[in-house]
Design a protein around this ligand. Structure first.
Ligand SMILES: *Cc1c(COP(=O)(O)O)cnc(C)c1O
Length: 437
């Protein structure tokens, strides 16, 4: 009993000390560690609406929202109720269920280019599966991705951001083999000419071009005018499968994601994060002709014991249905996010810092640099030391930002005007503190 009581009362620091002995780096996903900003991660206990509560009883206004999924804030009643209704019917069958059909109907209805869809358990699974299907469909081996775009931790995607388009890729992580890496080409984001060159240098060899239509994984970087359309045309011309990785942007930038916002039809789409309402769900889908390559309809194998899990689909569908039926959510998110981003820009400008703020809908970043940020190289001009000091100053004032300059912030509908004011006053003080002003 004594033991149990102690366990319940453990502080963040105590838990992290224990975790480091048992879990690599003390965390189950590297972005949760505070290595880029200094200090120890905060262990969470509960969350409600816009607020997180840690095991030490501190509260934080949350701008990570589980890295995107919690677009309605934490513990929304409609999602909790859907899970509670589903629970008594058992947790998994490994057999088809009605909810999977309804979820597929909902996804195909909401995401403009998706005609058929397969549910998986994470964004990583979705992107890994999508490129396998694209390779099976085209009979080609290579894929092209963009420097700084993150598509989960599949081997093919962990390729050095520095390698040029015309050279063979080199692995970013030990454990990714050279032979896998050589089939991944990388070029800078927002540079159509580099893509054309890569296609010319690899004729009839590229199966797919995959990208984040709005990049969230080097901080927030929007596509330049005409860039997505240009890529669409190149893919059509060269018989390349055009894949939008909308794991972050799907159901967030609009009901139908970035493809609805920018009016571009990709051939395939990968989804995750919001689609599960906080539960582990991913999906990949696209044109029926391509998706019919997937087993058992076709020969490209992809499977999952827990795919389409009844509890996960209950949570995901409750959140998606809400978004589908409440278009005003996106107007609210736009207004709130504009106030946050513009307010941050003005605070930095008043202090003579003139930092770059990028925003699309409810995803945004303040880069600690005065240069426009349009790709990985320009994002890297940021002052990471100053960002780290700012992050810690905000955390001390009860604002939970992403613990890295190279991550976007996510806004939920739980952020009210009063909370924007709370954020802005913390931001003003923290910007001063971080720069000794
Ligand atoms: C988060 C993310 C992934 C990976 O999803 P997981 O569920 O973490 O495996 C893939 N692509 C993008 C764009 C993401 O933001």
């Amino acid at each position: 009993m004594q033991q149990a009581t102690d366990l319940n009362l453990a502080t963040s620091d105590q838990l992290f000390t224990r975790a480091k002995d048992l879990i690599p780096g003390g965390v189950n996903s590297p972005v949760r560690a505070f290595r880029a900003v200094g200090g120890h991660p905060v262990f969470m206990k509960s969350a409600q609406g816009a607020w997180l509560t840690d095991v030490d009883g501190n509260r934080y206004l949350d701008f990570i929202n589980s890295w995107g999924p919690m677009i309605l804030g934490h513990a929304p009643q409609i999602v909790l109720e859907a899970v509670q209704r589903a629970l008594p019917d058992s947790l998994s069958f490994g057999a088809p269920t009605r909810r999977e059909v309804e979820m597929a109907e909902l996804i195909c209805d909401m995401v403009p280019s998706v005609e058929k869809v397969r549910l998986v358990n994470s964004g990583t699974e979705a992107t890994m599966s999508a490129i396998r299907v694209a390779r099976g469909y085209t009979g080609r081996d290579k894929i092209l991705k963009f420097e700084g775009c993150y598509h989960g931790h599949g081997d093919s995607f962990l390729i050095s951001a520095g390698s040029g388009a015309l050279t063979l890729g080199t692995p970013d992580s030990p454990g990714v083999t050279e032979s896998v890496a050589k089939d991944t080409l990388t070029v800078p984001y927002n540079d159509l000419g580099a893509v054309e060159q890569a296609i010319t240098a690899n004729p009839n060899q590229i199966a797919a071009i995959i990208l984040e239509p709005v990049v969230g994984n080097i901080g927030l970087v929007p596509p330049a005018d005409g860039y997505l359309q240009g890529l669409r045309e190149l893919c059509t011309k060269h018989g390349i499968v055009f894949i939008f990785d909308e794991v972050m942007t799907g159901f967030r930038l609009a009901r139908g994601g970035a493809q609805e916002l920018f009016g571009i039809q990709p051939d395939m789409t990968t989804l995750g994060k919001i689609i599960g309402g906080g539960m582990p769900v991913g999906a990949y889908g696209g044109r029926a002709e391509i998706m019919d390559q997937v087993a058992p309809a076709g020969k490209v194998y992809q499977a999952g014991t827990l795919s389409g899990n009844p509890i996960a689909t209950a949570a995901g569908m409750a959140q998606l249905r809400y978004l589908n039926e409440h278009p005003e959510v996106y107007e609210q998110l736009e207004r709130t996010s504009a106030r946050l981003a513009e307010g941050t820009y003005e605070i930095a400008a008043e202090l003579g810092l003139n930092y770059t703020v990028n925003r699309v809908g409810s995803m945004w970043s303040v880069f600690f640099t005065q240069q426009p940020v349009t790709d990985l190289a320009s994002a890297k001009t940021s002052d990471l030391e100053a960002f780290g000091r700012y992050f810690r100053a905000m955390l001390n004032r009860g604002v939970y930002l992403a613990p890295s300059q190279f991550e976007a912030l996510f806004v939920s509908t739980a952020v009210t005007d009063d909370l924007v004011d709370f954020y802005l006053s913390a931001c003003r003080e923290s910007m001063r503190e971080a720069h000794g002003l």
